[in-house]
Design a protein around this ligand. Sequence first.
Ligand code: NDP
Ligand code: 8X3
Length: 255
Amino acid sequence: MKTALITGASSGFGEATARLFARHGYRLILVARRLDRLKVLAETLDMPCHVEALDMTDTSAIDAFVNGLPAEWSNIDILVNNAGLALGTGPAQEADLTDWHTMINTNITGLVTLTHKILPIMVKQNSGSIINVGSIAGNWPYPGGNVYCGTKAFVHQFSKALRADLAGTGVRVSTIEPGLAETEFSIVRMHGDKQKADGLYTDAQPIVAEDIADMIFWLANVPPHLNVNNLEVMPTSQAWGPLNVVKNSDAADDA
Ligand code: NDP
Ligand code: 8X3
C-alpha cells in the first residue's frame, strides 16, 4: 500500500487530492494548520490517515514533524507540496511587507524545507514522486502578482533543477500550474473579503479542486519510465491579454 504526504490538506486542492488518493487505496499523511479540519476529513476517508497540525512557515516544526513520524508512516511514496497562498492584489509599491514574507516563507521556504527532509527517504527507496503545486502566476506576470508570481516561478525552476539532480535515482518531480480555480484561495488573498473573492468566479467556469486532484493523481501514476515535468492548466474561459503599454498621455492624465 502506497503512502502519500499531502500538505495543505485542510481545504481546496489538498483536500480534494486526499479524497481521491484515499479512493484509490493510498494511506495518507495529511498536514495543515487547521487540525480540526484534517480530523474531520480523515474520519470520512476509508484509508488509514495520519494527521498533524503543521505550519509550513515554521522550519523547525517541519523538521520535528518528519523526525517524529511513527515508523509505520516513515516511508513516503508521494509528496504533494500543495500548501501555499497569495496575499494581496495591489501594486508592489502599496503592498504589505509582512504579506510578502508570509508568501515567501510558505510557498518557498516551507516547500524546500519539507522537500529537503523527504528527499533522502525517496532516494533510499529508489522511487518516489514529488508533485509541486505551482501556478500560471509563475509563468505569466500580471499586475498585483508581484511576490506571489515570484514564489511560483521559484517552484517551477526549483522543480526542474531538482529533476536534474535526481536523474537516475528513480525519484520523479512534476509541477502542476493551475490558473483560476475556485477554492478558499481568493478569500485568503483578499484578506477574508468573500464577496470580492466570489466575484472573481461568477460566470467564469473556473477550475474546481477535483480537476486538480485528478491531474495530481495522473502525474503520480504515469508509467515509471516517464516524468511529466510541468503541467499548466487554465479554465477554457481564461487566456492571455494584451501587454500593457502606458503612454505619456496616460501618465499626464493621472497627474
Ligand atoms: P486553499 O486556500 O483552499 O488551500 C490552501 C491550503 O494551504 C490550506 O489547506 C491551508 O491550510 C494551507 N496553508 C496555507 N498556509 C499554510 C501554512 N503556513 N502552513 C500549512 N499549511 C498552509 O487554496 P488552494 O487549494 O487553491 O491552494 C493550494 C495551492 O494551489 C497553493 O499553493 C496555491 O498557491 C496554489 N494555486 C491555487 C490556485 C487557485 O486559483 N486556487 C491556482 C494556482 C495555484 P491551513 O490554512 O489549515 O494551514
Ligand atoms: C493562482 C492563479 O491566476 O490567480 O495561482 O494567479 S492566479
